[in-house]
Design a protein around this ligand. Sequence first.
Ligand code: FAD
Ligand code: NAD
Length: 469
Amino acid sequence: MTQNLETRLLIVGGGPGGYVAAIRAAQLGIQTVLVEAETLGGTCLNVGCIPSKALIHVADEYEKAVRYAGKGEMGIRVQAPTLDIGQAVKWKNGIVGKLTKGVAALLKKHDVQVIHGWARLVDGKTAEVVQHLDGQQSTLRIRCEHLLLATGSQSVELPFMPFGGKVISATQALSPTTLPERLVVVGGGYIGLELGIAYRKLGVAVTVVEAQERILPGYDSELTAPLLGNLKRLGINLHLGHKVLGLNSEGTAVRVSNTAEQISEIPADQVLVAVGRKPRTEGFGLETLLLDYNGSALKVDDQCRTSMRNVWAIGDLTGDAMLAHRAMAQGEMVADIIAGKHRHFLPAAIPAICFTDPEVVVVGLTPEQAQQQGIEHKTAMFPFAANGRSMTLGSTEGFVRVVARADNHRILGWQATGRGVSELSIAFVQSLEMGAQLEDIAATVHPHPTLGEAVQEAAMRALGHALHI
Ligand code: FAD
Ligand code: NAD
């Protein structure tokens, strides 16, 4: 049996890109249908940003308790803590459940029609969803004026070490039933380091194997130096410049080779493969639309239009930066454009945060990128070691660094590493979006005592008159 449904906007995928687009479109009076195969909230809420940050928090708290059970210099003494990983996962699932149910409630409140099922594209204006209701199978054929694709991304699999058994992706790593004794993490990028550190703090022996000579290869070495130091302090083994060859024949160790092609084995009870994510372009008839691609990502212009009229794409499906806030911003914009507003996706910067210990933030241009672009610039950094608030938090590693044009002092970028710097990223990106100059930041009264004072001091230092260093 086939049922027909007509709508102005059809959104495929209910992750942060798709659900935000749906809410905004409905606010603007656009009739909207959203199809989601799994749980609303997509990768971000279910198996990405939120659960990973919850698990990282559990690990931080546990490690703190372990430290207090030793000889904490603040004078706090506790009994040796124990870890109930089942309860930790339950707590994390509780947060995920609250947020995904919240998204469902918001969509309902805005009269977005949510269809649960796997959408298959028939053409640029039609999709079909096979539904199983009361034991009956039926096909829902949805016709639309605008089609918005927000199908996200999926983990890259290593062909010689596919997921299954002891080889896991981030999704399994976020819901452990028991913890392995020895975890080998393949990939020293966002996921490998965020989850590798969390597992180490939970007591697991962790080894990170990274193909490049550096961790977080996209970031400069000055910025990652405190993180590198902390990985060593935590006792995480690093194999940089190593290629993974696969599991040994017994399946008990990961075989790796270094740049000199010397092969060694790293014993492993579990292997987390985190070597990147790829846009989800297969399995739903996308190829029938013959759209243009940019590598493996769907090609879009600065309004998120694909090469077919009234077919739009947002989020991870459109490639880097595969970040939830980019997907959301694009989704909101597409809804506005469909409603007739003039919008372009040209943000001054998309902040990137690695929620490691210490955290690492990059917003806008680094000194190296400014150099490569031939921009005459000045740069200055202010260390948290000279910041009072950092001392009271017992965490003085890291710094804030600013990059500004040499001629008019307009700020081009900020980088920071240290405890809690993720929250400073908002000040960074606002200053770029508002076209601030170093003088604007230096003359803004920053509250005391805060980590944010390091932001003001970095700007002052770039102007040659830092006060506290
Ligand atoms: P997704 O969130 O992937 O959503 C796509 C949705 O489409 C999915 O729910 C999928 O089921 C559905 N779908 C796909 N095809 C179909 C179909 N044919 N029919 C019906 N439904 C379909 N980003 C950050 O900004 N900050 C972080 O801290 C962060 N941490 C992360 C941690 C991990 C472990 C991972 C894996 C990712 C993390 N990310 C983070 C990245 C972030 O999750 C993604 O950038 C974001 O979810 C992309 O949103 P999206 O809407 O494009 O796609
Ligand atoms: P990534 O691109 O951040 O890191 C992958 C790392 O694996 C790289 O350093 C790469 O050099 C290395 N690598 C690739 N192939 C390898 C191999 N064969 N052997 C050893 N190392 C290899 O990818 P990820 O960590 O899987 O994360 C995927 C994406 O998810 C990120 O790029 C990001 O967009 C998103 N994410 C964001 C956050 C955040 O915003 N805090 C957190 C997690 C994930």
